[in-house]
Design a protein. Structure first.
Length: 524
């Protein structure tokens, strides 16, 4: 660690760790704990809703629908939260508001009551809208556009996300079992509220970290000033604080009545994507081609995430009911499988980064459309392994090997596709409408969660998990999973091959040779 010997203010800004300002690590740990809380809750959410012994006793289909509506709105609200931060609150206050709402949500979920449950989901949705986009934006503010450390900073920040996502299912799942007890049938009655409570403690730790060390953020993240150098009116600021509680019943209703949320996504998506397509028809040829690339890859991204997000719903119930989770006399808790993907991310992200860098040095780095196609193909292969496992079972129970290998290929597909999308949007969008296109990109991701719920409801329910709970017909449930996994495999592989076949044309439409020229024109 090094520091400048000058004034205290400069010293705080110049403190560095691993060549990066200490402010990056303040945001790293705040995001680590926020993701810990988010993924800890996520690992238990569907299990809690569908558990007839120690949960809410909802049907599996309804549990999957609620999870889909929740995931959709989690990705829809950041566009509003980012706008409020840009125009009114600044990043710091938005992060604090979001963290406080999410902490309230986690603790509300610890109360075993349906009304508290849906209120908790609404608080988490609204809090995520304030927190998620603005802490990422604040990372970007720490570096100038041409700072060579910028990419490395986001890599470090991304590691914080995945480390939190890795530890959360292990810790929250273990707490839910440790504070549970043995049921009359010999199975484990989970204490879900303790797991949710631990997730809430994680969020509070993230808030404390941010509040205690935000002085190291220097001049970044304060509310915007008007032309006279004045901050926004206090009345508007307080309206923003009160607003989430006023619309809380509406968000609760949308998570409760999941079909309504789906209709809103369909209408909103049709309006936004229709507008972008119509705009492209009147744009200059280069801008028109680039918009078409964005819209086409947006479709493949939506398809990818609608399959990938089976992890939080159907694959969680698959692991609970139809996977042999025993190693000798030890039973692996179902929620722990949610840690497999972030574990592979942490292990493989540096490998992929090194591979892309080496290929780029040899002018062999695949284009963005090619990486998208590779990502979708690998996702399809992962579901192909799950399909194999679902068709090779004993009395409806298959080895966990197939689930873990499936997650491995899903992760390698994610590493091909996920880092490319947002970067591509910022590069190819018209400078005057980057915000709208970015919002459309997140809206497509939101819609993918709604599609994921529809797909998940096609899978079978029941089975026999590793904790002693019997089900009505494990083999019949496994047949339902096999049919869906087969369908996803075929669709994903065909879509991936189509994307790869289109890659040369899409790469041509990107007009990469003109990006520098266009960026210069946009800056003026």
């Amino acid at each position: 660690m090094s520091a400048s010997p000058n004034t205290a203010t400069v010293a705080e800004e110049e403190w560095t760790v691993l060549g990066h300002p200490i402010s990056l690590f303040v945001l790293f740990f705040a995001e680590f704990w926020e993701r810990f809380s988010f993924y800890g809750m996520r690992a238990l959410l569907v299990l809690y809703m569908a558990d007839t012994v120690s949960g809410l006793s909802y049907s599996e289909d309804y549990a999957k629908s609620v999870y889909g509506a929740y995931g959709a709105m989690v990705y829809a609200t950041p566009a509003i939260g980012g706008l409020l931060a840009d125009r009114l609150l600044g990043y710091r206050k938005a992060i604090l508001v979001g963290g406080a709402l999410m902490a309230l949500g986690h603790f509300a979920m610890a109360v075993e009551n349906p009304y508290f449950f849906f209120g908790a989901l609404a608080l988490l949705i609204l809090g995520n809208g304030f927190f998620k986009p603005n802490i990422s934006s604040l990372v970007g503010k720490l570096y100038s556009e041409d700072d060579p450390r910028r990419d490395g900073a986001f890599t470090i920040f991304y590691m914080g996300i995945n480390l939190g996502a890795f530890f959360a299912p292990l810790a929250c799942g273990a707490v839910a079992v440790y504070f549970g007890h043995e049921g009359a049938d010999g199975g484990v009655v989970r204490a879900y509220h303790y797991g949710f409570g631990l997730a809430g403690i994680g969020m509070v730790l993230g808030l404390i970290t941010f509040m205690a060390f935000q002085k190291h953020l220097g001049p970044h993240g304060f509310p915007p000033l008007d032309d006279n150098g004045e901050p926004p009116a206090k009345a508007l600021e307080w309206a923003t604080y009160v607003g989430p509680f006023l619309i809380l019943p509406v968000v609760m209703w949308l998570t409760w009545e999941t079909q309504v949320a789906g209709y809103l996504l369909i209408v909103g998506g049709a309006l936004i994507f229709g507008y972008l397509f119509i705009w492209s028809l009147t744009a200059e040829p280069v801008e028109r081609n680039r918009m078409w690339v964005i819209l086409i890859l947006m479709f493949f991204s939506m398809l990818f995430w609608s399959f990938f997000e089976q992890a939080g719903s159907s694959l969680t119930l698959f692991a609970e009911n139809n996977v042999d989770r025993t190693i000798g006399s030890f039973t692996i808790e179902t929620s722990w499988f949610q840690a497999v993907n972030p574990m592979f991310i942490v292990l493989l992200a540096p490998v992929f980064a090194a591979v892309w860098t080496n290929l780029d040095k040899r002018n062999l780095d695949p284009s963005a459309p090619t990486k998208f196609g590779l990502g979708v193909v690998q996702l399809g292969l992962g579901f192909g392994l799950l399909w194999w496992g679902a068709t090779h079972h004993t009395a409806g129970i298959t080895p966990m090997t197939w689930l873990i290998l499936g997650y491995l290929l899903h992760t390698t597909g994610e590493l091909c596709l996920s880092p490319v999308g947002l970067s591509m949007v910022t590069k190819l969008s018209n400078p005057r409408m980057v915000g709208m296109v970015m919002g459309a990109w997140f809206l497509a991701t939101a819609f993918s969660h709604y599609l994921a719920a529809m797909i998940a409801k096609l899978t079978g329910g029941g089975g026999h998990g590793g904790d002693g709970h019997e089900a009505t017909d494990a083999a019949a449930a496994m047949a339902g999973y096999a049919d869906v996994f087969q369908g996803i495999t075929i669709v994903a592989l065909v879509a991936g091959v189509v994307c790869l076949a289109m890659a040369p044309l899409l790469s041509k439409w990107m007009h990469m040779d003109r990006l520098g020229e266009d960026a210069g024109a946009g800056a003026h």
